[in-house]
Design a protein around this ligand. Structure first.
Ligand code: E4P
Length: 220
């Protein structure tokens, strides 16, 4: 499983990229608003993220109708070769996905919550599909079970082009572990979760005892 970072924060992207584990970035309007982003700076900001990371960077088209999504998608994809256009999983989004794919533009179908949505997204030409895990948990449903169903359904078929499932709306190490075990291609993870994934109390305890024993060697 690959890790994407789910953020619009340049400092987070720069720091996490230095760890050698970030294969891409996903942004959305909420994440851009969270860092105080302004409309006029949006494309420049996406361009900066694209330079920091060696991999796909999802930038969301906010239009609802296909013509708007297609126009926005073309503008976004011109920012950098690694931009992927995030498109809503709707009828209009499917039509836009088909048109953008015909132009060689990769899309990431966002806000996917069911197997039929995922299959339709893949058939329309989506390069990435993002089933949201945490938002199911928020409404007391099993987001991981939904993700497992999507992973299985997508791997059952050949869509004639490469399709990768991104486990999205990830809130915990448990979500990451289970996404990996069920074979999700990618997990897009917030910085706060990503930095905790490497931690383990037994690692800390082991380091403490090695340091204490080395002191004995030094002082022997
Ligand atoms: C995915 O690409 C989305 O940006 C993201 O994972 C949404 O997560 P949230 O439900 O925590 O907002």
């Amino acid at each position: 499983m690959k890790f994407f970072l789910d953020t619009a924060d340049l400092a987070e992207v720069e720091e996490a990229a230095s760890w050698g584990v970030v294969a891409g970035v996903t942004t959305n309007p909420t994440l851009y608003a969270r860092i105080g982003g302004k409309l006029a700076d949006f494309e420049t900001h996406i361009g900066r993220i694209c330079k920091l990371v060696d991999g796909p960077v999802s930038a969301e088209a906010v239009g609802e109708m296909r013509a708007d999504i297609i126009e926005e998608g073309k503008r976004l994809s011109a920012i950098a070769p690694n931009v992927v256009v995030k498109v809503p999983t709707t009828i209009e989004g499917l039509a836009a996905t088909k048109a953008l794919a015909a132009d060689g533009i990769d899309t990431n179908l966002t806000l996917c919550f069911s197997v039929p949505q995922a299959i339709m997204a893949a058939r329309a030409g989506a390069r990435y599909i993002s089933p949201f895990v945490g938002r199911f948990d928020d409404i007391s449903e099993d987001g991981l079970a939904q993700l497992a169903d999507v992973v299985l359904a997508i791997t059952n078929y050949d869509f004639g082009h490469k399709v990768e499932v991104i486990a999205a709306s990830i809130r915990s190490a448990h979500h990451v572990t289970q996404s990996a075990l069920m074979g999700a291609d990618i997990a897009t993870v917030p910085y706060s979760v990503l930095k905790n994934l490497i931690k383990h109390p037994l690692t800390d305890r082991g380091l403490e005892s090695f340091a204490a024993d080395w002191e004995k060697v030094v002082n022997a």
